[in-house]
Design a protein around this ligand. Structure first.
Ligand code: URA
Length: 237
């Protein structure tokens, strides 16, 4: 650990929350340093200090994990599901850390999902202002015509709000289906399916293949691996 660190950074690095959420926890009087509640920002802590959140002692020395999973269909992207469905956490149970999914893939979507115990990383990767490119391969029913393709790229209306510019490329065309690569940087609920629906096509199968320039490659379905230093650096940029 660095010699001294701001309290909110320490909490974020312990995997408890993003830096911003940590600031709120401090403001709310939930954080103690060496037994005393601290509510002002900017307090620095040293390696020997004892930091508690809601009475639970943190260890900022916790190793940071950055993992990619090839999520199969039929798993929910949550830490626990109240309907007793399978969760993505079951697929990474051999890692002994408080991992959380970075963003979300629908139950019926497969592909690239990051998991981490670094709260700042999770926050940065999922905040809309960071405009991280996400690439999807969608097998759709029917074939997009020129006008529909343009509409998809220029923006369609979802929940009364236009989607940001996207890029789309036809990868394969069957008699009555197409495989389309769609790149978006927003992360609205069921966005890809709803974008295709808005131009009259149903998504039959959806896979995320890349996020922020890091690609799934040949990782088998249901398997995970650690990100490389290079991949982490690319995402931290
Ligand atoms: N868009 C969707 O429709 N579903 C996902 O899981 C991700 C993006």
């Amino acid at each position: 650990m660095e010699e001294q660190m701001r309290l909110q950074k320490y909490i974020a690095q312990a995997g408890v929350a993003s830096r911003r959420a940590a600031e709120q926890m401090i403001a709310d009087g939930r954080v103690k340093v060496n037994g005393t509640i601290v509510t002002e920002m900017g307090v620095k802590v040293s390696p020997g200090d004892m930091v508690e959140v809601d009475g639970v002692r943190l260890s900022s020395a916790e190793k940071k994990y950055y993992i990619m999973l090839n999520k199969p269909v039929g798993f929910v992207t949550t830490v626990a599901d109240d309907r007793e469905r399978h969760t993505v956490m079951e697929l990474v149970s051999d890692i002994n850390a408080r991992l959380v999914p970075v963003g979300r893939l629908d139950y019926g979507t497969e592909g690239l999902l990051f998991l981490s115990n670094d709260g700042d990383f999770t926050y940065r990767m999922t905040h809309p202002s960071h405009r991280i490119d996400k690439v999807y391969h969608a097998l759709i029913s029917g074939r997009l015509n020129r006008r529909e393709l343009d509409k998809l790229c220029n923006g369609v209306e979802i929940d009364g709000r236009r989607t940001a510019p996207a890029t789309a490329k036809i990868l394969e065309a069957g008699a009555n289906s197409q495989l389309v690569e769609l790149t978006i940087h927003e992360g609205r609920n069921r966005q890809v399916r709803r974008m295709f629906a808005a131009v009259g096509h149903k998504v039959q199968h959806l896979r995320r293949v890349s996020v922020g320039g890091v690609t799934l490659g040949h990782l088998p379905l249901g398997k995970w691996r650690h990100l490389t230093e290079r991949e982490i650096a690319l995402l931290q940029k």
